[in-house]
Ligand binder design. Structure first.
Ligand SMILES: Cc1cc2nc3c(=O)[nH]c(=O)nc-3n(C[C@H](O)[C@H](O)[C@H](O)COP(=O)(O)O)c2cc1C
Length: 213
């Protein structure tokens, strides 16, 4: 079976073994990258604040101004986080919908790792994403059925955001798996999980075909 040499599982649910998005993600991982996955749970990651002083520090560094050792250390840590992210050949994001968008630690992570000259460049031809040439998989869960072909699609600021951000940093191979609706009768939820597993299995099969390589 094909697979990825280095896969990062970015987990955006705090629910651990009870998380529906992580559950389907783990099923996919077993099929596409058994033994080679690294997991980053964003609720446990101890992400540093991204606030006014950190931003001012970056502007000062770009302008070549003197900055405190704290600012240097903060931006070295951000650079290390970006280098870590870019060192993978695929990413799997498991993402519950929270208030129509993504859970705040995932937005925090996106804000920490998305900077000009680090994750993308801006040149005469426009924005060039530095994460190009890899694969991103988004396993999204939600109580509402906001899938693109349904009547609630306009409420989607979760999958749509993730796709826009990944596109911005250069990723063109973006695959999705939906687990929804996870609210309703026991049958509704069971069906959502079953469809999620089926989509995950179909995606694993597609990613494992030799013509991908
Ligand atoms: C704070 C919070 C906000 C939520 N907001 C939404 C929402 O806007 N839309 C939705 O469909 N589900 C929403 N949900 C429900 C979760 O997306 C749903 O339970 C999902 O299956 C959880 O996935 P997980 O088990 O991987 O954490 C919300 C859940 C929480 C905890």
């Amino acid at each position: 079976m094909g697979g990825f040499a280095r896969l990062l599982h970015v987990e955006a649910s705090p629910r651990g073994p009870r998380s529906r998005s992580s559950d389907v993600a783990r099923r996919l991982i077993d099929r596409i990258a058994p033994g080679t996955v690294e997991t980053l749970n964003l609720f446990d990651a101890g992400l540093p604040p991204f606030d006014g002083p950190v931003m001012e520090g970056r502007y000062a560094l770009i302008a070549g101004e003197a900055v405190s050792p704290d600012v240097v250390a903060q931006w070295e840590a951000i650079r290390a986080r970006i280098d870590h992210f870019l060192s993978f050949d695929a990413w799997l994001f498991s993402v519950p919908m929270w208030n129509f968008g993504i859970p705040y630690p995932l937005k925090h992570y996106v804000d920490l790792i998305t900077h000009p000259g680090m994750t993308f460049t801006v040149g005469e031809t426009g924005v060039v994403g530095l994460a190009a040439g890899r694969t991103a998989i988004i396993v999204g869960s939600g109580a509402l059925d906001i899938r693109t072909d349904g009547p609630m699609a306009a409420l989607d600021h979760q999958m749509a955001f993730m796709k826009s951000w990944l596109g911005f940093i250069g990723v063109t191979d973006i695959r999705t798996v939906d687990i929804r609706p996870t609210y309703g009768t026991a049958d509704d939820v069971e069906n959502a999980m079953r469809r999620g597993y089926e989509e995950a299995d179909a995606l694993a099969a597609a990613l494992s075909r030799p013509e991908r390589v």
